[in-house]
Design a protein around this ligand. Structure first.
Ligand SMILES: *Cc1c(COP(=O)(O)O)cnc(C)c1O
Length: 414
């Protein structure tokens, strides 16, 4: 995996160069487009904007509607769209091992849309290519998967199939997978979307595709595998030596990543990626006024979002980003070592920055004081710590000290 680190000056130059290749609402006679720059009374020009490439793109307001790995898309904003293409190349090829130009994708509003986009694409594939009805299509996932998988199934009218996990190690229970798939088959499900997670939201657990697919193949001939790396996509490939949840695994057809979780980009920076030959299934031919057609769920989307992810990746380079992730997982190690010494029970994947603490070992009061998140607020079994960029060692030390204190007074816990 490699992409270079660029200086602030070079990044700024490249973004302004891209912006200058776009149509400019200020200087050109643009009569037909239903778009324009941001409100100029509120967002007025100011000398500092010459130093602020992201804000300049935001104010110029390029629309990245469409899918630019597939077709030219709206040609009016080709400059900034080219940076989106470069960003998608880095994510698909460098981070997730896709073959050169072997993928399509776009910067989506978030991981939720990217997950729904995947389900939509596979549902339509089964309907168009296999003549399937929606009642014959299911989506299978671990009970720790993100709830957006239910949203998608609900919207698309397909069957959600949640598989139980083992309480302590959060691994999918293969005997439950057998049971659920058999029941689904008996109910008439013939086509399966497999939703695997690279980093679940609450536990940071990583699904294992091989054992899962071995079971699937005993019941189903037709399936596609989607990887939800919304949380783990900018962590796990940088911390773990090996992963079979990338495009290097021929079983995997699409991936969701979120810039706005770990990469510290603004909200609105999900990323959807899929192998070539699939995104056509969600082409909307009726989008006749969109030059290059539309293949996305959202339609219009700001080019500034794509630029923000590109700028962050270029600021660090692959080596710099790897170091950042090493620091975060190192700090997570530090927390876990201290919990081990105290005999506190928790779940953690060693390559991730999430620690889910058993609710018997921390009081709700302390959990709330530090804004820990429960797996389930009605009946919390786990409280999770996420070691994000703003989490520093002194903060963790304070928490550990308070935890030690309350464990000396056992009547306060449990
Ligand atoms: C956050 C998250 C999502 C949803 O992403 P949004 O950007 O909030 O829409 C999906 N999957 C996982 C694993 C997540 O952590």
């Amino acid at each position: 995996m490699h992409w270079p680190k660029l200086s602030t000056t070079t990044i700024r130059q490249k973004v302004f160069d891209a912006l200058h290749k776009n149509l400019n609402y200020t200087t050109e006679s643009i009569l037909g487009l239903p778009g324009t720059y941001l409100d100029q009374e509120q967002f007025y020009d100011s000398p500092f904007l010459k130093e602020a490439p992201f804000l300049s793109v935001l104010m110029n307001n390029p629309n990245h509607i469409g899918c630019h790995t597939y077709s030219q898309g709206e040609m009016y904003f080709s400059g900034t769209q080219q940076l989106e293409i470069d960003l998608l190349r880095i994510c698909a090829e460098e981070i997730f091992g896709a073959e050169e130009s072997g993928y399509d994708g776009y910067v989506a509003p978030g991981g939720t849309e990217a997950n729904i986009q995947a389900q939509w694409m596979y549902r339509n594939y089964f309907m168009q290519e296999k003549n399937a009805g929606t009642s014959e299509i299911g989506v299978v996932f671990s009970e720790d998967a993100h709830y957006s998988v239910y949203k998608g199934a609900n919207l698309l009218g397909i069957h959600p199939i949640a598989v139980k996990v083992n309480h302590n190690d959060r691994k999918v229970l293969l005997e439950d997978l057998h049971k659920q798939l058999k029941e689904s088959y008996d109910k008439g499900i013939r086509y399966l979307i497999i939703h695997l997670s690279m980093g679940t939201t609450i536990f940071g657990s990583i699904d294992e595709p091989q054992s899962f697919l071995e079971v699937v193949k005993q019941y189903f001939e037709h399936y596609f595998v989607h990887v939800d790396a919304a949380f783990g996509g900018f962590i796990y490939p940088f911390s773990a030596q090996k992963t079979d949840l990338t495009f290097r695994n021929p079983e995997i057809s699409s991936i969701t990543i979120d810039g706005h979780k770990m990469l510290q980009s603004p909200y609105g920076t999900g990323i959807f990626l899929c192998r070539k030959g699939l995104i056509e299934k969600v082409q909307t031919p009726e989008a006749a006024y969109v030059y290059g057609s539309d293949f996305t769920l959202c339609g219009s989307r700001s080019g500034a979002n794509a630029i923000s992810i590109w700028m962050i990746l270029m600021t660090h380079g692959s080596e710099g980003w790897t170091e950042i992730i090493q620091k975060l997982t190192g700090l997570t190690d530090y927390l876990c070592n201290a919990l081990d010494e105290m005999g506190v029970k928790y779940y953690r994947n060693p390559y991730m920055n999430i620690v889910a603490i058993d609710s018997n070992d921390v009081s709700e009061e302390l959990a709330k004081q530090y804004y820990l998140v429960a797996d389930n607020y009605k009946n919390p079994q786990w409280w999770k710590v996420v070691v994000m960029a703003h989490v520093k060692q002194p903060m963790i030390d304070d928490f550990l000290q308070d935890l030690k204190k309350e464990r000396k007074q056992p009547e306060l816990t449990s």
